[in-house]
Design a binder for this molecule. Structure first.
Ligand code: NDP
Ligand code: 8X3
Length: 248
């Protein structure tokens, strides 16, 4: 069943690939992000009748309100919210981390996500719609330098389960998607270094944004009586490391 999906963070990576995947299957997409020129290019590529672009910073609540209030009639009936916009900043241990970076991750990955979700819940309930939240394996498996990023994603996973509980009986479906390594602009944003990004993904055969988009589309395509609570996925080349021990 095709409908209208609001996809946050569609200027790159998983969000952009998801917009392409859903529109290819007949959905309409509302795409957001700060980089307007990238959203314009997506509209140009996929068609203004299928894609509505709104450029704003997710951390600006007034901008979210304005965007939702100004949805054109053909895009106003949101069936699916994909909370994808997010980022990691820095890889330093907590004791050396930048507090402003911590705040930006919390503001984006947690506060913005719950804000837009809260504002869209009445429409989603009315339409018996769905929410897909992009969490991470970092929600479950801690790693050095993951500190606040992992904390924000643990919030996203647990918030997803809590939403399911509260939405009991409404018909609204909620899914937490928890990917491991996906080659996107994620590491470039995290480190500010294209070389670091290339070094991480090079010869690691990571998942692609299209892999995740396909999973999101599959989740959204399940029959309405079926809810996928959480899905964790990794590239075959990524797995778990052991505990560390500091010798005295
Ligand atoms: P990208 O950096 O490629 O894309 C991130 C998207 O988030 C961009 O469209 C960016 O748009 C948007 N975004 C970030 N901050 C803001 C903001 N303040 N306001 C509006 N939009 C914002 O990374 P990914 O595609 O990999 O990341 C998508 C999601 O997937 C994130 O939540 C990430 O944590 C998660 N994830 C990624 C994994 C990976 O290995 N890549 C693994 C697990 C989860 P713009 O900059 O234009 O505003
Ligand atoms: C990021 C996942 O595996 O790159 O959300 O830390 S990983």
């Amino acid at each position: 069943m095709a409908g209208t999906a609001l996809i946050t963070g569609a200027t790159a990576g998983i969000g952009a690939a998801s917009a392409r995947r859903f529109v290819a299957a007949g959905w309409k997409a509302i795409v957001t992000g700060r980089r307007a020129e990238r959203l314009d290019a997506l509209v140009e590529e996929l068609g203004a009748d299928r894609v509505h672009a709104i450029s704003f910073d997710m951390r600006d609540e007034a901008a979210i309100d304005a965007a939702l209030a100004a949805l054109p009639p053909g895009f106003a009936d949101v069936d699916l919210l994909i909370n994808n916009a997010g980022l990691a900043l820095g890889t330093a241990p907590a004791q050396q981390a930048d507090l402003d970076q911590w705040r930006q991750m919390i503001d984006t990955n947690v506060t913005s996500l719950v804000t837009i979700t809260h504002k869209l819940l009445p429409r989603l309930i009315e339409r018996r719609g769905a929410i897909i939240n992009i969490s991470s394996v970092a929600a479950t498996y801690p790693y050095a330098g993951g500190n606040v990023y992992g904390g924000t994603k643990a919030f996203v996973s647990q918030f997803s389960l809590g939403l399911r509980s509260d939405l009991h009986g409404t018909g609204v479906r909620v899914t937490s998607i928890e990917p491991g390594m996906v080659e996107t602009e994620f590491t470039l944003v995290r480190t500010g270094s294209q070389a670091a990004s290339d070094a991480l993904y090079g010869s690691a055969n990571p998942m692609t944004a299209e892999d995740i988009a396909e999973t999101l589309f599959w989740v959204a395509s399940q029959p309405p009586h079926l809810n996928l609570n959480r899905i964790e996925l990794m590239p075959v080349t990524q797995s778990f490391a052991g505990f560390q021990v500091a010798r005295e």
